[in-house]
Design a protein around this ligand. Structure first.
Ligand SMILES: [Fe+2]
Length: 268
């Protein structure tokens, strides 16, 4: 039987992987607090006996490009790697679990595409896991969800994707403990004229919805609300809320000059 024993969400900005933060001493310390929190979160993987971590986040042209940019994709091969500061790091994939999810989701009307062959993981996967895996590595299943490029998955479908994922997991005839991680956000406007604007009030409200377990209100968040608050990537977080429907504890909320960093861990 498959059991979900760990669920969390985290920012994934590429700065989390950068060795040289030059904007200010204060910002460097803020990013270091993100690193430490992710390292602490990673220790939970061992405590919760997680065998495989499913990571849901949106690629930003590192894995896919306009020749074929999927709405949803699961990688079902074992040739994935990350590129961190010009170094290639291999990532172990739980191919058996990835295939179970591919076939199970398709049966549930989620027509997820799949990839094989050499596969560069996006920073949506690597930024948080690079730090979470410092003390304990586990195989992953990377799921790309289009949270960034129009037309994106709708927030409600992202939520229902999480619900469906849980249903599919419950039917998989393997004895494994699963962790799920959603990545992105919070408020930021990269690659737009609004870069540097951050909607701290929206993010505080969103985190309190998570803490209070107000799942129905999270489900109703519209594409417009996410767009206006710089939170298009919350779709990945909404998929985790849909999957577990539990309260989450905020481990870090760090407003900075260009993004609100946040990390939450769900009470399972
Ligand atoms: Fe992003």
């Amino acid at each position: 039987m498959v059991e979900v024993t760990f669920a969390a969400c985290s920012s994934h900005a590429p700065h989390i992987l950068s060795r040289r933060i030059q904007s200010s001493e204060e910002y460097r310390k803020q990013v270091e607090r993100v690193h430490r929190t992710l390292e602490e979160l990673g220790k939970e993987l061992r405590k919760k006996n997680v065998d495989t971590l499913i990571v849901i986040g949106g690629d930003h042209y590192e894995t896919f490009f306009f020749d074929n940019f999927p709405m949803l994709n699961v990688y079902v091969d074992n040739r994935a790697f990350a590129r961190v500061q010009n170094e290639e790091l291999p990532y172990e994939i739980d191919v058996e679990m990835a295939k179970e999810l591919l076939f199970g989701l398709a049966k549930e009307d989620f027509d997820i595409s799949f990839s094989q062959g050499p596969f560069r993981l996006s920073h949506a996967v690597v930024s948080p896991t690079y730090w979470m895996f410092k003390s304990h590595r586990v195989p992953i299943v990377p799921i790309h969800m289009n949270t960034n490029i129009e037309p994106m998955i709708s927030p409600q479908r992202a939520f229902r994707f999480g619900e469906t994922l849980t249903r599919v997991l419950q039917r998989i005839p393997l004895k494994k403990n699963i962790g799920i991680l959603g990545t992105g956000g919070l408020s930021h406007f990269p690659g737009t004229p609004y870069y540097g604007k951050v909607d701290v009030e929206f993010d505080k409200r969103f985190l309190s919805l998570l803490e209070e377990g107000r799942t129905d209100e999270i489900y109703k968040l519209s594409a417009e609300e996410l767009e206006e608050s710089g939170n298009i990537e919350l779709r990945a977080w909404m998929s985790i809320v849909g999957a577990v429907k539990r309260r989450a504890r905020t481990l870090l909320f760090e407003p900075t000059y260009h993004i609100d960093y946040a990390i939450v861990n769900f009470e399972l």
